[in-house]
Write a protein that binds this ligand. Structure first.
Ligand code: GLV
Ligand code: MN
Ligand code: MN
Ligand code: MN
Length: 414
């Protein structure tokens, strides 16, 4: 495998200005982004993205789940495209880099190739995957999962948000019209640039993370049900308080994750009291649980421990509880040859780099089930992500985009 050596570099200032321009879509007063998938703000950034891709000479198609595919032809149109991209949706209190950095870096690669008059052998495909985040519709990365056949498009289209709005209805409300069925788009390889979303690169003063794979994930929806009663008259020993059950569960999850550590993590991210009232003992809570570890067997062991803890809590407090698995993402290794290529390109660019496993889920983890896949990470400030304070430097974003440029060039000209 020959690695192309050239002096081609992205325009870091142009990449940064597109990042700052698009940060207006869904901007929050605290400097973050609220751009839930298929929300009006997501619709506006999608329209911006399509127009920018078309202005760069790309042909944009949309699949049944709203994923946007922007194609730059190659000399050999029979070759499957070398694909890159990420997502444009955010968490409700998200930042300005999670997702959109990878998508706009792909656009910057295309613009750089255009400016230099470079035609590649294989086509290059830039993708904006619908609903990477999973905060409005579960699971996360649903569109790329459907693309590789883990779910059918019909199944995903019927999923509803907390207000009962289906994915299909949300697509229609934005006027998104499919031009191709989900899963029909040819992809030969996939390379995604993303901020690390954790503290390792910054702490070790590395510019590039060469990602070897993604860890496994379990998502649960749960309920705890007790009995609503008067806050002033119900003696403490007689209460069947659902919130106290949840409080014990939250601490049990922490204890269990620590016991299976150091890589295991567990998060009780959503907790909603049914019919909340200041002077009612809570009778019902709904919650979500997110558990991750790079080892599949550890995920199984944690799940068993959490179920046992919940059963014990419920029995002691006279509560009933449910815990439904809504998503399991297996730990996934990326393609060793493609990972090694990313590493060589980072090295050739003179960038400090290290190998690592992704703690976050990414669309790349689904693509890896079907095609050679790799990811490039760049540092983010204090390792903070899924937070409005999320921040990355122009020079790190530029460095990551340069690694992406060189990796795509090598793959497309092979
Ligand atoms: C998505 O951002 C996830 O890793 O949960
Ligand atoms: Mn992301
Ligand atoms: Mn995210
Ligand atoms: Mn993510």
């Amino acid at each position: 495998m020959e690695t192309a050596r050239n002096n081609l570099r992205v325009d870091g200032a142009r990449l940064w200005s597109t990042l700052m321009e698009t940060a207006a879509f869904g901007a929050t007063p605290a400097g973050g982004i609220n751009r839930l998938t298929l929300s009006p703000a997501d619709g506006r950034v999608r329209d911006w993205f399509r127009a920018a891709c078309e202005a760069a000479g790309l042909t944009v198609g949309t699949d049944s789940l709203g994923t946007q595919f922007a194609l730059r032809p190659g000399r050999d149109s029979t070759r499957p495209p070398v694909a890159t991209g990420s997502h444009l949706d955010t968490q409700p209190t998200g930042g300005r880099f999670d997702g959109i950095l990878g998508t706009l870096a792909g656009l910057e690669v295309v613009r750089t190739l255009n400016d230099a008059g470079i035609e590649t052998e294989a086509p290059i495909l830039l993708v904006n995957w619908t609903n990477e985040e999973g905060s409005r519709y579960a699971p996360a990365t649903m569109a790329s999962a459907a693309h590789v056949g883990t779910f059918t498009a019909e199944d995903i289209l019927a999923r509803t948000d907390a207000d009962g709005v289906s994915v299909g209805q949300a697509l229609a409300s934005l006027g998104i019209v499919a031009t191709e069925p989900t899963g029909s788009r040819a992809i030969g390889a996939f390379v995604e640039l993303h901020i690390e979303q954790g503290p390792i690169l910054e702490a070790e003063a590395k510019t590039v993370g060469v990602v070897e794979g993604g860890q496994g994930i379990l998502w649960f929806d749960g309920t705890i049900t007790g009995f609503e009663s008067h806050a002033g008259t119900t003696p403490m020993p007689r209460r069947r308080d659902a919130v106290l059950g949840l409080a014990e569960l939250a601490l049990a999850v922490e204890r269990i994750a620590l016991a299976h550590g150091p890589s295991a993590v567990g998060t009780l991210g959503e907790a909603v009291i049914g019919a909340p009232s200041r002077n009612v003992v809570p009778g019902r809570v709904r919650f979500t649980l997110d558990i991750r570890d790079p080892r599949a067997a550890t995920l199984d062991a944690i799940e068993a421990d959490v179920r046992a803890a919940l059963a014990d809590i419920a029995a002691r407090r006279q509560l009933t509880a449910t815990l439904d698995l809504v998503w399991r993402q297996e730990p996934v290794p990326f393609d060793p040859a493609l990972v090694a290529l990313v590493e060589r390109e980072a090295e050739a660019l003179g960038l400090a780099h290290r190998r690592m496993v992704s703690g976050a889920s990414h669309d790349a983890c689904n693509l890896a089930l079907k095609v050679p896949t790799a990811m490039i990470f760049v540092p983010c400030k204090d390792g903070i992500s899924h937070n409005e304070a999320e921040s990355a430097t122009p020079s790190d974003c530029t460095a990551g985009a340069d690694v992406l440029l060189q990796t795509l060039l090598t793959l497309a000209n092979r």
